[in-house]
Design a protein around this ligand. Structure first.
Ligand SMILES: [Zn+2]
Length: 241
């Protein structure tokens, strides 16, 4: 009797159970495929759309943008981000091969020129970081984002020997504050670590890390006491602090 039971169990495993296993595996794969179609931010093969929230595959897709202007412009166009592609100028450490004008009226002063990946990073951050943080922490919306500039032909910390700053190639933007729909102002210098506006600033700093390679805030060092530095440099290590 026992021998018969064992041989029957083996038979089931090698016959019916195998079919069942294949069916379950197929169902799991199909469910995974449907889920990825509904959540393209997690799908490494789905094209980057800046209207999608950040997901598991977002950083990898952003890593493809530096040095590939055509791909980056496709991303901006697909995401309905307004921009003006300008001809590159100069060469060497301060050459500007990628000059993409930021045509977003929220970004003040207007018509700043940065690389396309910086434009793309800003768009995702505005779509899925800044407004959510304003609503959550301040109960309002952001109407203006104030920046200190994008382009500056200098080395890091203005040192004579340090590597060139990402600002040398317009591959960075420095954000100093935000104007809210109720007319109030949130300043990195005045409000970092201070109450609800401080909580908002910390949240927008953190969310910038989804779409920028490097994010430096007052927490990083005293040189950033009055602004967030956001850049798309291709150095190996990401920095988000
Ligand atoms: Zn900077």
């Amino acid at each position: 009797m026992k021998v018969w039971s064992i041989s029957r169990a083996v038979g089931l495993f090698t016959g019916d159970s195998r079919a069942l296993l294949i069916m379950i595996s197929g169902a799991v794969l199909l469910a995974g495929w449907i889920w990825l179609q509904q959540n393209p931010q997690h799908d490494p093969l789905a094209p980057l759309d800046l209207n999608d929230p950040p997901g598991w595959a977002t950083a990898g897709k952003f890593a493809d943008l530096p040095g590939n202007q055509a791909l980056c412009h496709q991303v901006l166009t697909r995401s309905n981000v307004a921009f003006t592609a300008l001809p590159g100028v100069g060469d060497g450490p301060c050459g500007l091969p990628d000059r993409t004008q930021i045509d977003n009226p929220m970004v003040v002063p207007g018509n700043a020129i940065a690389t396309c990946p910086v434009n793309a990073g800003l768009a995702l951050w505005l779509n899925h970081g800044v407004q959510q943080a304003a609503q959550e922490h301040l109960g309002t919306q952001v109407t203006r984002i104030l920046h200190l500039g994008t382009t500056n032909c200098r080395r890091i910390n203005a040192s004579q020997t340090a590597p060139w700053s990402e600002h040398a190639t317009a591959n960075a933007i420095d954000i100093s504050g935000f104007v809210l729909a109720n007319g109030e102002y949130v300043s990195v210098l005045q409000h970092w670590g201070e109450g609800e506006k401080g909580d908002f600033l910390e949240a927008v700093r953190d969310s910038a890390c989804y779409s920028f390679r490097t994010v430096l805030s007052p927490e990083y060092n005293a040189d950033h006491a009055d602004h967030f530095h956001l850049d798309q440099g291709t150095r190996w290590a990401r920095v988000c602090r």
